[in-house]
Every structure is written in C-alpha cells, then in structure tokens.
Design a protein around this ligand. Structure first.
Ligand code: GUN
Length: 292
C-alpha cells in the first residue's frame, strides 16, 4: 500500500478561511479578536515563529500586538507586561514565546497569564480543565493533530493509538485528548517514551501512530502495520551541505519507507506544522467569542 499524503497546508488554509469569516463577524459586532505576542531576546528560530504568528493574524484580520523585549529584560518587567496585557480589553490571547532566557522562571511567567487569555493552553488551569473534560484552550500542536485526523475522516472511536513522546507540549496533551469521552476522543492510547521497552511491538499493533519524540527515524517501516495512519510531529534539523542554510528539516518518521505501508501519512515539513499556528488563531477567535 502507498499512503495518501496529508497536506497540512491545505487543511490549515481551509480552517483559516473559516476563521477569517468568524473574525469579520466578530469585528462587525464590535469585538475584533486580538493576540499579543511576547518575545524576549534574539533567538533566530523564535523570531521567525513570532513573525509567522503575527503575519497569520494579519491575514485573517486579527489585531496583533507585537512585544519584542531585549534579552536582558528582568523577570519583574516581563511579569509587569503580562499583567498589563491581562487587563487590556483589546487583547483576547497572550502568547509568550518559549524558551525564555535562563534568568527568567518560565513557569512563573506562564502562571501569570490569565487562564482565560492563555491561547497556548500551557497554564495548569487549562491543562486541568482539559484533563477533566471541561471547556479549555487546547494546546495548539496536539489540537492540530486531532483536527488533521478528524478532517481526514480517521476513525478515533475504539482506535488503537500509540503516542511516542511524553512532553507537556505534545505527547501528554494529545494522549489526553484522545482518551476523552467525546467524538474527538474515545481511542485506546499507549504512550511510549525513552524508557519504554517494547515501543516497536506497541507500534505494530497501532491503527494510528503519533510520533513526537524529537529524534529522526524513531518510526521505521518494520514498526508500522499495513494501512496504519502515521502522524509525524517531529521537527529535526539535519546537516545538508547541498542546502544554502546547511541543514534540512526531517520528522521522526522514516517517511520514504513508511509511506509504502501506511494508508495516510503527514510529511515534514508541510504536515502538522501549518496546523499549529492555525490552532493558535482558532483559540484567539474562541476567546473573543466568549467576550462577544
Ligand atoms: N516555542 C516553541 N513552540 C511554542 C509554542 O507552541 N508556544 C510558545 N509560546 N512557545 C513555543
């Protein structure tokens, strides 16, 4: 079997078109959704993520507030900015780009964000709401994975899913969403990680594999059941002298071999990646809707 390749850019574009219409309606009703992005320092990857987030806001009509601070900004000044944004009625979502410089306590900053403006879904209040099945801002990458599955008609109800990776940003939340008693869940989930002993065996039984390990070739063809769905959340830079940049991006899955066994597969880049920013826009629109 040769897999159909899930085009994340296409699904993201469809969702952004839907969101654009919701933004227009909200704006006409006097509530223009607003997102504040905060970047501390000069990390090149973070700078390009933040620029992409602001551009995406502009494209669908969301008001975007750009807050770029020098690397030596004190924790106190950053907390004061977060407090100011918490009180600003034009702002429905606050995103503090991670990682923060080492002298700043990341968890203290995340805790300072009003949970009702926490469009990243990283605040423990939102994590707790998600786990107990209450309405919550869902973290963007795992929510993007679920949307890709749903919009490609992948059956989750009763499906055997293996998640590889136990990070707070992807592995733990995606596993949690998939076990919820809801049409977007109802799956049987196994989480494998660096200390798991039988990852390959677990994977071979899976209807759906979600790879979020952060290591190239974590999923090889011998680990994949014929006809399985494979979602690759990995983004790894590997050296490539033929590229001007000197590197290229690969996921966690041995794409060329696995696509010959899977029924559906996401590429890297162009799979899960484009969905992440889209779900940030989605959360910002949801937050504004609550205020309208
Ligand atoms: N750094 C890398 N990914 C993310 C993300 O999704 N949100 C934030 N705030 N920082 C990040």
């Amino acid at each position: 079997m040769t897999a159909k390749i899930i085009d994340g850019k296409e699904t993201a574009a469809q969702m952004r078109e839907e969101l654009k219409q919701q933004v227009a309606q909200l704006t006409a009703g006097g509530v223009r959704p607003g997102l504040a992005v905060v970047l501390v320092g000069e990390d090149p990857a973070s700078k390009s993520y933040v620029t992409a987030k602001e551009k995406a806001c502009e494209e669908i009509g969301i008001y975007s507030s750009d807050n770029r601070l020098p690397a030596d900004t004190s924790e106190k000044d950053l907390l004061a900015l977060v407090e100011k944004l918490n009180r600003d009625p034009r702002i429905h979502g606050i995103l503090v780009q991670l990682p923060l410089p080492k002298h700043i306590d990341e968890s203290k900053v995340l805790l300072a964000i009003d949970p009702d403006k926490d469009v990243d879904g990283f605040h423990p209040v939102n994590v707790g709401r998600m786990v107990v099945g209450q309405e919550a801002f869902l973290p963007c990458t795992p929510h993007g994975v679920i949307q890709l599955l749903l919009r490609h008609k992948v059956k989750l109800d009763g499906a055997e899913v293996v998640v590889i990776g136990r990070s707070n940003i992807v592995g733990k939340p995606v596993a949690n969403m998939l076990i919820q008693k809801s049409p977007t869940g109802n799956a049987t989930v196994t989480i494998c990680h660096t200390r798991s002993k039988h990852t390959a065996e677990h994977c071979r039984r899976a209807d759906i594999i979600i790879a979020a390990a952060g290591r190239p070739n974590t999923v090889t063809a011998d680990m994949v059941k014929e006809g399985a769905v494979v979602i690759d959340v990995g983004v790894n830079r590997i050296e490539d002298a033929s590229r001007k940049s000197g590197f290229r991006l690969v996921g966690d899955v041995d794409f060329n071999a696995v696509k010959e066994k899977a029924s559906l597969i996401t590429p890297v880049p162009g799979g899960v990646g484009p969905m992440t920013i889209t779900m940030l826009l989605y959360n910002t629109v949801q937050s504004a809707q609550r205020k309208s």
